[in-house]
Design a protein around this ligand. Sequence first.
Ligand code: SAM
Ligand code: SF4
Length: 457
Amino acid sequence: MRNRQTADLYLPRPILMTERRIQTFHVTTFGCQMNLADSSTLVSSLVTRGFRRVEKTADADLIVLNTCSVREKAEQRVIGRLGELSHLKKHKPWIRIAVVGCMAQRWGSDLIKQVPHVDYVLGTHRVFELPDVIEGREGTSPVMTAFGHENIDLIQPVKETPYSGFVTISRGCDNFCTYCIVPHVRGREQSHSVAHVVDAVCRMVAEGVVEVMLLGQNVNSYRYSGTDFPGLLQRVARETDIKRIRFMTSHPKDLSDRLIEVLAEEPKVMPHLHLPLQAGSDSVLERMGRKYTLVHYLKIVDSLRNKLDYLSLTTDLIVGFPGETRDDYQMTLDAVRSIQFDSAFMFRYSVRPGTKAAGLIDDVPETEKIARLNQLIDLQQAISYDRNQREVGQIRHALIEGYSRRSDQFARARTEGNKTVLFRTETPAIGKIMPLRITTADAFTLHGEPVEELTHA
Ligand code: SAM
Ligand code: SF4
């Protein structure tokens, strides 16, 4: 007892310290561009309410983790980060920790039961209420996950660099692919109005943005008052001064001929399509609930390549889905070989509790999933290398984004096909679009030289 009293003399006084007012905050974002866009909106709403953003977590009174639930690994990273933050909170008991977004939605109050030093848990539709919650406004509580309270017009465009940014065109997803947690944690699809999207792009242009990425889980099902996605693309191209437009993600079941026409006709729309295939076997695609066959996918690719002079095609692939046999997997390898993607995001299947596929037997052993994934990565890497060799000798118009991450003797730019190209210069014209002749390439990066310099040489 005496020891404890003596020790108390040297400890911070918890009650007083925990009452300290929150003045500064730090937001860490996990996961996709959609989360980056949400974090940016959250930052603006906190700043508007008088909180000050700080660079380092250690300087923040409020630490926000905007989370991802797509794969188990993504959630484990958040749990790991929360473990680190428990040490910080021991030294600074007044700090507040907020977990927001997809993982907050999925776990709800269980998160606080499992990680008691978490103070606030706000699901995907409640993220922007964080300033109200920390101020203890009436009607709020530390755990809020109910859907249907989202004011989607709050969502702000977000800059990736001073010259490029994201604009969210729709939220949520109605597709319920059987492996995917997104519809469960983000709710039903809602499209932003055409006016909201056009206005967001205009505001970005006014701030110097040259290239915009329109974001949605499935942009092809965008619909607002009779305007579909190709219509929206045309309106953004024609009614704004943006120079380049990209979009992500396209679901093959909803990709229309009209979209291919717009890709071919609108010079501002970049010739890059991210079109997740997921698997090459029809029986796996069916069990994934993807609602297309490999033949349908191949027809789209043929049509795109026939109508466009140049197309960079990228995809997502999953190996080890429940019931995937060696033959099924071989069909994915064959499809990848025949389609020749420029690059791919490749994943091994991760069970997501609450999804339909979680009710199937996860029967591909982990070691086999890893072996399949490694083989697929090796194959795609060789294909990416070949695809990039085709770029050599071509002139690409690339948006200069800054210096190379490895050397300030080189500038980093992005081609029409969304490929990174490096070229030697000491004074890059950052934010400008410049013609570059591609000189060499590996599987990941192109190297080039400015065409003007070549002409003057
Ligand atoms: N809406 C997009 C679409 O339709 O492709 C992307 C959604 S998801 C965030 C991105 C990718 O993660 C998916 O295309 C899929 O390949 C992968 N993915 C989703 N759930 C997964 C799971 N349970 N296990 C492994 N990969 C998964
Ligand atoms: Fe998930 Fe499928 Fe929706 Fe993409 S389309 S977010 S993979 S459910």
